[in-house]
Ligand binder design. Structure first.
Ligand code: FES
Ligand code: FES
Length: 159
């Protein structure tokens, strides 16, 4: 099958890649770029395990064709840690015991990060809406919501 050259940015780095017309962003990130935080779950846009941030929006990367990208910006969970330090959101997930098996965690982190980037003080309802496309079979969600709430600007400044 003929390949297509695409140029886009992943975690701030320019990538020029050859992809097949039907290659999904999920596969490009995992297989070509070895970004294994991006998990493959349902493959049909229902579980959220593959969530990444694309141009500021949380999207299911199993539903995006890489060939559609042209200069777009993609961020995965690998972008969160800086200089060996976890992002406060990652630390909050640990502190609130919001991680059990961890399969859903990178996707939920990206959904939460997209929300907090746009809205640093989300309400509980806004947090629930932001992560409604992410399924977690282990935690029951309460600790996840509490972790996200704990890094809102208001909560951090009241410590
Ligand atoms: S693998 Fe993409 S939403 Fe489930
Ligand atoms: S921690 Fe296991 S699916 Fe969420």
């Amino acid at each position: 099958m003929n390949k297509i050259s695409v140029t886009f940015y992943v975690n701030g780095k320019k990538e020029v890649l050859e992809v097949t017309p039907k290659e999904r962003l999920l596969d490009t990130l995992r297989d070509q770029l070895k970004l294994k935080s991006v998990k493959e779950g349902c493959d049909v846009g229902e579980c959220g395990a593959c969530t990444v941030i694309l141009n500021g929006q949380a999207v299911h990367s199993c539903l995006v064709l890489t060939a559609q990208l042209d200069g777009d910006e993609v961020y995965t969970t690998e972008s969160l840690e800086k200089d060996g330090l976890l992002d406060p959101l990652q630390q909050a997930f640990i502190d609130h015991q919001a991680v059990q098996c961890g399969f859903c965690t990178p996707g939920i982190l990206m959904s939460a990060k997209a929300l907090l980037n746009k809205n640093p003080n989300p309400t509980r309802e806004e947090i629930k809406t932001a992560i409604e496309g992410n399924l977690c079979r282990c935690t029951g969600y309460e600790q996840i919501i509490q972790a996200i709430e704990s890094v809102s600007e208001k909560k951090l400044s009241s410590r």
